[in-house]
Design a protein around this ligand. Structure first.
Ligand code: BGC
Length: 244
């Protein structure tokens, strides 16, 4: 079974057809810049462009950087405020003329890692953190997702954690891996004090360069990089759509 997975991020919107039995893309993904301003309609137009590119007529799963309940988004940290209280599921279905399932982007990435990646078969508490424009979180207990955790918004030094330790902050402030890993470590230690996960998975594009920063972390919980890298969000969105 194939479903089109789409991952809407703060800087790019990526998508591709996903083979659900193998957890792999069946064609090279298409990545488009996130429109500025990232209004729901402007973003929906990009998703429709991705769908047209793959001549898609089936089901679409879409990860968005916001809290999602029944297709409606309730936060907008790195997107236009027009998303708050907006039925984005309905808009995407109308714009693409496909059946669309919408969920939080980090939850999508976590679902993929739990099924096909480094969380596979892991029981207990698993916490995936996506390192991108923001900090996303996906929390699992014995393989079951507890959706819409917003742990990138914990306060550190009286500031929101994602403005202190995200991959975007590393780039904007031109932090060395050493300096950024110190911040990330502090954030992970805070998460550890609060949740005591059995495993931490770090995702996002920067996780491909894990050799540069994983060895610098001192947090006591086991930390692994996401196996599926930046495709996790696309694959997980497709998995969520398959589940209904
Ligand atoms: C949003 C989350 C999202 C994360 C990663 C945060 O700013 O609040 O919902 O998962 O960014 O995109």
């Amino acid at each position: 079974m194939r479903i089109l997975g789409v991952d809407i991020g703060g800087s790019s919107i990526k998508g591709g057809p996903v083979d659900l039995s193998r957890g792999e893309l069946t064609a090279p993904r298409l990545s488009l810049p996130t429109p500025i301003p990232a209004t729901p309609q402007a973003v929906a137009d990009r998703v429709a462009e991705i769908s047209r590119h793959f001549q898609w007529q089936g089901v679409i799963g879409c990860g968005v950087p916001a809290v999602v309940r029944n297709g409606t988004t309730w936060t907008a940290a790195n997107i236009d405020r027009g998303w708050i209280g907006f039925d984005v599921g309905q808009l995407l279905a109308t714009t693409t003329r496909c059946k669309v399932t919408v969920l939080n982007d980090a939850d999508a990435a976590g679902l993929a890692e739990m099924k096909f990646g480094n969380g596979c078969g892991q029981s207990g508490t698993v916490l995936m953190i996506t390192l991108g424009t923001g900090l996303g979180s996906a929390l699992f207990r014995d393989g079951r997702l507890i959706p819409n955790t917003e742990l990138g918004h914990l306060l550190i030094n009286d500031d929101v954690a994602e403005r202190y330790a995200s991959a975007a902050v590393k780039q904007q402030q031109q932090l060395s891996y050493q300096a950024w890993a110190g911040r990330l470590d502090r954030y992970l230690q805070r998460l550890n004090e609060l949740l005591w996960p059995d495993l931490l998975i770090l995702g996002g594009e920067i996780s491909r360069e894990h050799d540069q920063f994983l060895p610098l972390l001192t947090v006591s919980t086991r930390v692994v990089p996401a196996l599926l890298g930046n495709d996790a969000g696309i694959i997980g969105a497709a998995l969520a759509a398959a589940a209904g």
